[in-house]
Every structure is written in structure tokens, then in C-alpha cells.
Design a protein around this ligand. Structure first.
Ligand code: BGC
Length: 332
């Protein structure tokens, strides 16, 4: 484990703010509060000198009023080809830099394994890397304010049945060293709200937070997005009519029912609308989704800080104020 003065400062700050291992899992989820996804597609992982995200961004995120960062990790390309799949020292250095700076700024951290595409295409071909990742993460010490998210959006060939087996194996690895750390797990089919019923969690593990993602209606949130085949379909409005809002409420009520029945807290780990949607419509949509999540006591993380779906404009070096205020109405 890396020890530095930064950890000590972080520990002091975080005693007061973080999820604190040992607390009730609903309380820990409440403390995750409002978050933002960061670093997933930043060149920082290939070359620190080309980083978009800088140390000061952690402070800016905290000062704006966010409580949590969900760090989207693509570690497979940084693993050794040897059977131990050891992660490169440079990768660890970047991760330690991110976690210690987030902690020093008073932010909770979610370590999110974001290799869903590789795994979804060929689960068996990537299973050793999946387990090796959690073995290596679990072997280290982390501040109490760090949560683990086993896999972003299990999908395609990682079927619900297969995912229910995999999550048990990864959880067993994590639990050897981290018996009470919050672990975040969501349903297959891209963490869809419509597939929660197929998620089967170990009943005796009461330190799990359940996650879902919300991008409905896709025609609106992903208009213009090439990766969903919608590059030519733009100009779609979201006006916040009773019908549009009710569609969200019905989906969220279904999740809330599941949450009550299974006694699991909910983290809305991704939501947002692609930048090609009209700005005013994005603001209406994002505000509605965030408030509906909060009304049900969920924590959430916006997709994403920069790159696309942006709440922070790297070029202009400033917040996209309308999006920020939709997320955090009392942002300074
Ligand atoms: C993916 C991104 C994508 C976003 C919205 C995320 O989980 O990692 O590549 O832009 O979902 O579709």
C-alpha cells in the first residue's frame, strides 16, 4: 500500500464524510449522495503527460457540491500476459493518484470495472482477467470511503444466469479482505431497470448496494450517438410532459419496489443525455431524473464529467452551468 501524507489528510477529512465501513448499508449509500463519472476515457491512463483531468478538478467537483466520483476503469490493456495478469506499475500510480486526490478533496470513490464490452463479447476469454482484477484490487488497503463496483453494465454473452455466478466468485474474492466494504452490483442487460428481477445476490451479504443505469427513452438520450446506431437521428425533444415524466416515475417505482422487497439500497450509477440533444431538453430531462432518484432516497452519479455528455467543458475550462445546475440546484 502506498502511504503518504495525502492518505492521512484524507483519512481525517473522510471520517466525517465518507461511507465508513461498518455503518448500515442504506446510510452508506445515502452518503454517496450525488456523484459524477470520471476518467473513463481520459488519455491519462496511457500517458500521464497527456491527461485532460488534473488534480484541481477533484477540488472543483467537491466545491460544486458533488460527494462522490465513480472512476471508470479499463485495466485489461494494462495487464501482463502472464497468468497472474499483474497490472503495470504505471497504472497503479495513476489509480493511486486519483484515489488519494479524490480522498483529500473529501470525495467518496467508486472503483468501477468498466470492461463490459470485452467481457460481453467473450466472457470465458476474459474471466481470468476479471477475477485477477478483483484479486489485485482486494489485496490492497483502501480508505473506508472507497467502494468497489464489480462490473459496469454486464451485457451480451454475459447473460443474467452467467452474471449471477460471476458476481458470486468476484464477491468471494473481495470479501476475504474486505468483509464489510460496500460493493456495488447491478443487473445484466446493461444494468437495465427492466432486468432487476433476474439479479440474484447472496442473501447473507448485507453490504451490497444495487445499481441501475437510466437512459430511457434512448431515442432522446442517445440521439446522434454513433455507438447506438443513432448518428442521423437528431432533433428529438423532451419537454417534461406528464406522460414523459410518468414513464420515468413508473420505471423508478418498479426499482423502488424491488429495493424494498429485497432490502437493498439503490445507486443510479449512470444517467444523462448525449450532447447532440437540444440543451434545454437535456436540462429538463437531467433535472427530472436526478430529482426522481433523490425522491426515492437513491444516490446517483451523472454520466459524465468530460469527453461527451459533458458537465465540465475542458476547452473553456469551466462548468456547463445549465447541466451543473440541473444536477445540483444549489451549486455555488
Ligand atoms: C459507456 C460509454 C457510453 C455511455 C452512454 C457508458 O457506460 O462506457 O461509452 O458513452 O455508457 O452510452
Amino acid at each position: 500500500m502506498r502511504t503518504s501524507w495525502l492518505w492521512s489528510v484524507a483519512a481525517l477529512v473522510l471520517v466525517a464524510t465518507g461511507p465508513a465501513t461498518g455503518a448500515d448499508i442504506f446510510e452508506q449509500n445515502r452518503r454517496l449522495g450525488r456523484g459524477v463519472n470520471i476518467l473513463g476515457y481520459d488519455p491519462i491512463w496511457r500517458d500521464r503527460t497527456r491527461a485532460r483531468f488534473q488534480e484541481r478538478h477533484f477540488r472543483l467537483i467537491r466545491e460544486a457540491g458533488f460527494q462522490t466520483v465513480r472512476i471508470n476503469l479499463h485495466p485489461f490493456r494494462h495487464m501482463s500476459p502472464d497468468p497472474d495478469r499483474a497490472l503495470r506499475p504505471e497504472w497503479w500510480a495513476t489509480l493511486n493518484w486519483a484515489v488519494s486526490n479524490a480522498a483529500a478533496s473529501g470525495l467518496n470513490v467508486i472503483l468501477d470495472l468498466h470492461e463490459f464490452n470485452a467481457i460481453g463479447e467473450d466472457p470465458e476469454g476474459h474471466k481470468d482477467r476479471f477475477l485477477a482484477f478483483w484479486r489485485q484490487i482486494a489485496a490492497r488497503s483502501w480508505p473506508d470511503t472507497v467502494c468497489f463496483e464489480l462490473l459496469n453494465e454486464p451485457c451480451k454473452k454475459l447473460t443474467p444466469a452467467l452474471w449471477n455466478q460471476w458476481l458470486r466468485e468476484a464477491l468471494a474474492i473481495v470479501r476475504q479482505q474486505h468483509p464489510q466494504r460496500p460493493v456495488i452490483i447491478g443487473p445484466a442487460f446493461w444494468n437495465s431497470v427492466d432486468h432487476l428481477e433476474e439479479l440474484d445476490l447472496p442473501a447473507d451479504d448485507r453490504h451490497i448496494i444495487v445499481t441501475v443505469h437510466y437512459y430511457k427513452p434512448m431515442a432522446f438520450t442517445h440521439q446522434g450517438a454513433s455507438w447506438t446506431g443513432q448518428q442521423d437521428k437528431v432533433g428529438i425533444d423532451w419537454r417534461g410532459t406528464a406522460e414523459e415524466v410518468n414513464a420515468i416515475r413508473q420505471d423508478f417505482d418498479k426499482v423502488a419496489d424491488w429495493s424494498r422487497k429485497h432490502q437493498r439500497p439503490v445507486f443510479l450509477g449512470e444517467f444523462g443525455a448525449y450532447d447532440r440533444a437540444p440543451l434545454e431538453a437535456r436540462v429538463r430531462y437531467i433535472r427530472t431524473v436526478a430529482r426522481e432518484a433523490e425522491a426515492r432516497g437513491w444516490s446517483w452519479a451523472y454520466w459524465q464529467f468530460d469527453g461527451d455528455f459533458i458537465v465540465w467543458d475542458m476547452q473553456r475550462d469551466q462548468w456547463v452551468r445549465p447541466i451543473l445546475e440541473a444536477l445540483l440546484p444549489s451549486a455555488p
